[in-house]
Design a protein around this ligand. Structure first.
Ligand SMILES: Cc1cc2nc3c(=O)[nH]c(=O)nc-3n(C[C@H](O)[C@H](O)[C@H](O)COP(=O)(O)OP(=O)(O)OC[C@H]3O[C@@H](n4cnc5c(N)ncnc54)[C@H](O)[C@@H]3O)c2cc1C
Length: 291
């Protein structure tokens, strides 16, 4: 028996009250694709699991003025199929479609992905590329914070698991001349760790000849999902040509710190992947932005 009790919450307040009453001995569970493995391995010790997947308000993808709002318990399969997300945030739809296998995507959630805090988590990479925020609820209220502020180190989130719940994510709707793309390479097409994954979002000038702003996120090349901010700065207000792209890609390679890993590959090979995948994602994001 992994833990004594399993509670299915029907509201966020109920889930928060259960967490509070068990003072650190309860933990939220959504798809369970990370947590159940950690419990089986004895890496976590909890008395009670609080299931949040039956809370109706957490299961929605909606347009709210200039934001797309994705509920915390929305699964990767829902994201992958959502026409709104495919149209507004291709980087997120593409990242969701690359996670694990259909079985994992059918239950795995964006919030679980973020809280598990892995530097190459596909959902986290896409959310950072979109400059997304997450809504955090505790007993005193709710507030929006940048998703980027939630990562501390591999496997460690800033969220207080004994008292806080992510209820939703939000990011701005896609503007005119804005586009995004996701690229990933793994040893196999499915059920494999990414050797490198990259998300890119670009905003172009009205005539489509210049990059106004770019966001580039790369994993796993640092202890947390990594925004390649120097490469982003290289692209700002530059005209779109082979030289600009090559320069930005060079800077992205230079500022990333991939490591040699038995599970992944040598750092030299992974550097070449950063080069290839960042270039591909940039070119595809620019194409999407041009429409
Ligand atoms: C075979 C396999 C393949 C996988 N492949 C990939 C892959 O390709 N890419 C990838 O990125 N990941 C992959 N994963 C990891 C995993 O599927 C994802 O990280 C998934 O998004 C976790 O979501 P979940 O709903 O299952 O989280 P859970 O396991 O339910 O929870 C994970 C953590 O998040 C907390 N939590 C969950 N929801 C909330 C919330 N709303 N608020 C606060 N805390 C919360 C839980 O308490 C727990 O600590 C894989 C896992 C497996 C087992």
């Amino acid at each position: 028996m992994m833990c004594e009790d399993y509670v299915t919450a029907s509201t966020v307040e109920e889930a928060l009250a259960t967490l509070a009453s068990l003072r650190g001995e309860a933990r939220l569970i959504a798809g369970g694709t990370d947590l159940v493995i950690q419990l089986q391995r004895g890496e976590r010790n909890v008395r009670c699991l609080v299931d949040i997947t039956r809370i109706p308000a957490l299961d929605d993808i909606k347009l709210d003025n200039s934001y797309i709002v994705v509920g915390a318990a929305v699964t990767f399969s829902q994201i992958e199929r959502s026409l709104l997300i495919r149209e507004q945030a291709p980087v997120l739809a593409e990242a969701a479609s690359r996670v694990g296998s259909p079985q994992i995507r059918n239950v795995g959630t964006l919030a679980g992905n973020v809280v598990n805090a892995q530097p190459a988590a596909d959902g986290s990479i896409a959310l950072l590329t979109l400059d997304a925020e997450s809504e955090i609820a505790n007993l005193t209220g709710r507030q929006w914070v940048p998703v980027a502020s939630l990562f501390v180190s591999p496997g460690i989130s800033r969220l207080d698991a004994s008292a806080e719940i992510i209820t939703a994510f939000r990011f701005r709707t896609r503007g005119p001349r804005e586009g995004s793309a996701f690229e990933r390479l793994a040893r196999r097409k499915a059920l494999a760790l990414p050797l490198i994954n990259v998300g890119v979002n670009v905003l172009l000038s009205a005539d489509g000849t210049h990059v106004r702003e770019a966001r580039i996120t790369i994993g796993p090349v640092a202890p947390v999902p990594f925004r390649a901010k120097e490469a982003e700065a290289t692209l700002k207000d530059r005209s779109i040509n082979q030289e600009t792209i090559a320069q930005a890609v060079d800077v992205a390679v230079r500022e990333s710190k991939p490591r040699t890993s038995l599970l992944r590959a040598s750092k030299e090979y992974r550097r070449e992947l950063i080069r290839t995948l960042t270039r591909r994602a940039l070119l595809r994001a620019i194409e999407t932005a041009k429409g």
